[in-house]
Design a protein around this ligand. Structure first.
Ligand SMILES: Nc1ncnc2c1ncn2[C@@H]1O[C@H](COP(=O)(O)OP(=O)(O)OP(=O)(O)O)[C@@H](O)[C@H]1O
Ligand SMILES: [Mg+2]
Length: 512
């Protein structure tokens, strides 16, 4: 027997009805797709979330197949910068399909939890913007929801995929063996399914591996070693906090993608919640009002942290080992009794704070560069010496609108400058007022600047004998202009478009 292609690929479900297990998720996905047939649903995008190899990508493709939708896919391998996302997914979300008016385009963003890792941090925001406006269905796929921004999560319908139960896998695996002409001994398939830990891809791969060069497989052919299922951080935390076997917990961390520097943050974040909580009918021991288990745990973490510091200082990564043992085994043995109760483990708030700080810094610099541009000063000078003065002017009803127009700030920047944690009605009012003045001004400017083009527009006017808007003039120029004129037209168009986009009023002498 020759094995030319991977069975996992060969037996990928083509229709949702072929997806094994996860019936609820499949039904939710179908229901959402049905909504698209009758207009634009409230949630224009879904997130398919779950561990690896359980059919998320397959389900997204099967959905498109079932409904005859075209697929536009953006994989992690593509450079998913904001501009690429906007160009590929953004335009796909607006355009009509090639095949017909009713048919849709399914935009699939696999490994959406990895968007942060791409070079352009605007990626997640670009996706959010596209979801808000799309008239085509969008599917995001992620292993871990915490890798997605909260804005993205609120915009999407979350559909959770679970590990495939081994008894659901068995018939599908048997079917593969039947198709491949392989005879299976008693319990072989069940064994493969059990060992896969819910990961159907692994089960299919294991089955293919064990069948290589055979047309009959028996239980002895199956390696007895248990599959090293790569545990999620949540499972590992559970082993650490709820388990009593330090070695087992340590082994579990080896399968993680996190390095000790990240793991220590995870343990640090969740240790107080778990060890400070109730204890399966037992009362927590306290000294000076502090839970002994919590303080013991932190004691070990601080030792681990010392080693992490040494790793950095001496660039000796062998010491990660000690740090790992101290934080993992330390946290296991720190407890005086097993703490029951369900705790929803949280990602380290330290990371969140870092993210917030970064966002604030970006906002601060954007505003400073706008102030600098307006005052013809450097961004640094504007940041240090001018921001607070403009902040006060923006808070003052008398100057707010004028200042806003001059600085060309957006709503979020206005809120930031006035120190408001969110956009209030008052700020919205100031912003709207400024916008209407800008709009008036822009249309004046357009008329003024459009004057030299009257030759062309007059010609068109006389031809059509009707009122022609600037946009339609540009459209006609686009289709009729000779090549040498097109550049000029592009310039003219972009200057007008830019003017509109930036809504920046023409500067007067009084602005300087
Ligand atoms: N629920 C399932 N039903 C049938 N086959 C499945 C299922 N889940 C996984 N498989 C098999 O595993 C292969 C990989 O599945 P898929 O790519 O959909 O996994 P995934 O959940 O997207 O994983 P990852 O998170 O690693 O991308 C499929 O080609 C198919 O052969
Ligand atoms: Mg996938």
């Amino acid at each position: 027997m020759t094995i030319s292609i991977e069975w996992a690929e060969k037996y990928r479900p083509r229709s949702l009805s072929e997806v094994v297990g996860n019936k609820k998720a499949v039904m939710d996905l179908q229901a959402w797709a049905e909504e698209w047939l009758h207009g634009v649903p409230e949630k224009r995008a879904v997130i398919l979330q779950g561990q690896a190899g359980i059919g998320k990508t397959s389900a997204a493709h099967a959905l498109a197949n079932d409904y005859g939708w075209e697929i536009i896919e953006l994989n992690a391998s593509d450079q998913r910068t904001a501009s690429v996302i906007e160009r590929v997914a953004g335009s796909a979300s607006k355009m009509r399909t090639l095949s017909g008016t009713d048919s849709k385009r399914l935009i699939i963003l696999d490994e959406a939890d990895n968007i942060h890792g791409t070079s352009d941090r605007g990626g997640a925001r670009a996706i959010g913007d596209i979801i808000k406006k799309t008239n085509q269905p969008i599917v995001l796929i992620a292993n871990d929801l915490y890798g997605l921004t909260s804005t993205l999560r609120t915009l999407c319908l979350e559909i959770k995929f679970h590990g495939v139960q081994s008894r659901s896998m068995v018939p599908a695996l048997k079917n593969i063996c039947h198709n491949e002409g392989i005879m299976c001994g008693v319990g072989v398939i069940e064994n493969v399914a059990e060992n896969a830990g819910g990961d159907m891809r692994s089960a299919v791969n294991d089955l293919q591996a064990v069948s290589t060069g055979r047309n009959e497989i028996n239980i002895e052919d199956i390696a007895t070693s248990q599959r090293d299922t790569k545990g999620s951080i949540f499972k590992v935390l559970e082993q650490i906090f709820k388990g009593t076997d330090a070695q087992k917990a340590l082994n579990a961390t080896y399968g993680l993608d996190e390095n000790p520097e990240d793991l220590v943050h995870w343990i640090d974040e969740n240790l107080p919640g778990q060890y400070g909580g109730g204890g399966a009918g037992k009362v927590n021991v306290k000294v000076d009002g502090i839970d002994v288990d919590v303080s013991n745990g932190f004691e070990y973490l601080s030792h681990a942290d010392r080693y992490l510091g040494r790793v950095k200082k001496r660039q000796n990564y062998r010491m990660w080992r000690y740090a790992g043992v101290l934080m993992t085994c330390g946290a296991v043995v720190a407890k005086t009794h097993v703490h029951g109760g369900f705790i929803k483990y949280q990602p380290p708030s330290f990371w969140r704070r870092l993210g917030q700080l970064r966002a604030r810094r970006t906002m601060r610099d954007n505003v400073a560069s706008k102030i600098g541009e307006h005052c013809h000063e450097s961004m640094r000078y504007a940041r240090a010496d001018l921001t607070s003065m403009y902040g006060r002017m923006l808070k003052d009803e008398k100057y707010a609108v004028d200042t806003l127009i001059n600085l060309n700030l957006n709503l979020d920047e206005l809120a930031y400058m006035t120190g408001s944690p969110k956009v209030t009605k008052k700020l919205q009012g100031v912003y709207d007022q400024a916008q209407s003045i800008i709009n008036e001004k822009v249309s004046d400017d357009i008329e003024f600047f459009a004057a030299p083009k009257t030759d062309r527009s007059n010609k068109i006017k006389s031809k059509n004998d009707s009122q022609v808007s600037l946009d339609s003039i540009q459209n006609i120029i686009e289709t009729t202009a000779p090549a040498d004129v097109s550049n000029e037209k592009d310039d003219a168009k972009s200057s007008v478009a830019k003017k509109r986009e930036s809504r920046k009023p023409q500067k007067t002498l009084f602005d300087f």
